[in-house]
Design a protein around this ligand. Structure first.
Ligand SMILES: CC(C)(COP(=O)(O)OP(=O)(O)OC[C@H]1O[C@@H](n2cnc3c(N)ncnc32)[C@H](O)[C@@H]1OP(=O)(O)O)[C@@H](O)C(=O)NCCC(=O)NCCS
Length: 269
C-alpha cells in the first residue's frame, strides 16, 4: 500500500528536523551567517567608572555550551546569580507552580518553603536540551570573580532551548542572567538581538520567553525595546476567573523583529 504523509505529518517532520538541526549546532558563532555579526564583538571598556559595550574591541568573548559541558563551577555560579537576581520574582509570582512541580516534590524537604528552588533550577539547567550562551570578560577587571578552579566566571548566561510549541519550531529563552555590575549597559538588548538572530538562522517560527509582570527591567526590555508581544498561549488569555497571573508568555516572530531592528538600525546584530 502506498503511504502518503498528510500535510500535518509533513509539518511535524519539518518542525522536528529544524529543531534537531538547531540543537546539534555547537559552533554557531563560526557559522558563515554569524561571522560579521556585530554583537560578537561585544566589547567592554572602562570609562568614567562605567562599562560600555561599543568600544575597545575583543574584550568580551561569547561561548556556546551544551548543558553537559557546563563546568560545575560555572553551574554553581549560574545558580547563585539566578537566585540573587530573580528568586524574589518566583516567590511572589501569582500562579507560578515551581513549588508544585514533580521535580520539587522529589527534592530536598527544606526547599519546599519557598517557590524558587535551586534544586529545580539546577535540573532545568542540566536538561539535555539546554543550550547556553556564556559571556566572558577577556581581561581581568575589578569585578571579575574567579571560581574555585581559578578560572574567571562568565558575567552573563543565557539559557536557550529549541522546542516544539504547538507544532511550531520555537527558540525558547529560559533565562537571561547578567551580573548586577554589567546590567543596564546595553548588554541584555544586544544579546537578545543575537538570540533572535540564532532563532531565525535555524528557521524557528518565533522566539518565546516567560516574563514576570513585576520584573520591570525585563518587561521593558522585552516589550518596549525588543517588540515582544503577548503570545497566544499566555495564561491570562485563557483564565476562567478574574484572578490575574503574575507572569506572561511573550513571543516575537521574525517579521516583527525585523520591523523593530529597522527602528533601531541594528540589522546586523
Ligand atoms: C533584565 C536584564 C536581562 C536586562 O539587561 P540589561 O543589560 O540590564 O538591559 P539593557 O541595558 O540592554 O537595557 C535595554 C532596555 O531594557 C530596559 N531596562 C533595562 N534595565 C532596566 C531597569 N533597571 N529599569 C527599567 N528598564 C530597564 C530599558 O528599556 C532599556 O532600554 P534603554 O536603556 O534604552 O532605556 C538584566 O537587567 C538582568 O539580567 N536582570 C536580572 C535578571 C533578570 O531579570 N532576567 C530576566 C528574567 S529571566
Amino acid at each position: 500500500m502506498d503511504f502518503k504523509p498528510s500535510s500535518r505529518t509533513k509539518k511535524l517532520n519539518k518542525t522536528s528536523r529544524l529543531i534537531q538541526n538547531a540543537k546539534r549546532c555547537k559552533d554557531i558563532f563560526n557559522e558563515p551567517g554569524f561571522k560579521n555579526c556585530s554583537v560578537l564583538q561585544l566589547q567592554h571598556s572602562s570609562k568614567h567608572n562605567s562599562t560600555h559595550f561599543n568600544a575597545d574591541p575583543q574584550r568580551i568573548e561569547l561561548k556556546l555550551s551544551y548543558s553537559h559541558s557546563l563546568p560545575e563551577p560555572v553551574l554553581k555560579w549560574a545558580l547563585e546569580l539566578t537566585r540573587s537576581n530573580v528568586a524574589e520574582f518566583y516567590n511572589t509570582c501569582r500562579g507560578w507552580n515551581y513549588a508544585e512541580s514533580e521535580q520539587l516534590q522529589d527534592g530536598p524537604k527544606s526547599e519546599k518553603k519557598e517557590n524558587y528552588s535551586d534544586f529545580v533550577k539546577r535540573n532545568e539547567l542540566c536538561a539535555a536540551g539546554a543550550r547556553f550562551i556564556l559571556v566572558y570578560p577577556q581581561t581581568t577587571h575589578s569585578h571579575t570573580i574567579h571560581t574555585s578552579d581559578g578560572n574567571p566566571n562568565p558575567v552573563t548566561y543565557i539559557h536557550l532551548r529549541f522546542v516544539n510549541s504547538h507544532r511550531q519550531p520555537v527558540l525558547y529563552v529560559y533565562d537571561i542572567q547578567i551580573e548586577p555590575f554589567f546590567q543596564r549597559r546595553g548588554m541584555g538588548a544586544k544579546l537578545m538581538w543575537l538570540v533572535m538572530r540564532i532563532g531565525w538562522y535555524f528557521g524557528m517560527s518565533k522566539c518565546m520567553l516567560t516574563s514576570f509582570k513585576e520584573n520591570t527591567a525585563a518587561q521593558r526590555l522585552y516589550k518596549d525595546k525588543l517588540g515582544f508581544v503577548l503570545d497566544e498561549i499566555s495564561p491570562d488569555l485563557h483564565k476562567e476567573d478574574d484572578e490575574e497571573y503574575g507572569y506572561e508568555i511573550l513571543s516575537i516572530t521574525r517579521k516583527q523583529s525585523v520591523a523593530m531592528m529597522d527602528t533601531y538600525s541594528c540589522l546586523n546584530y
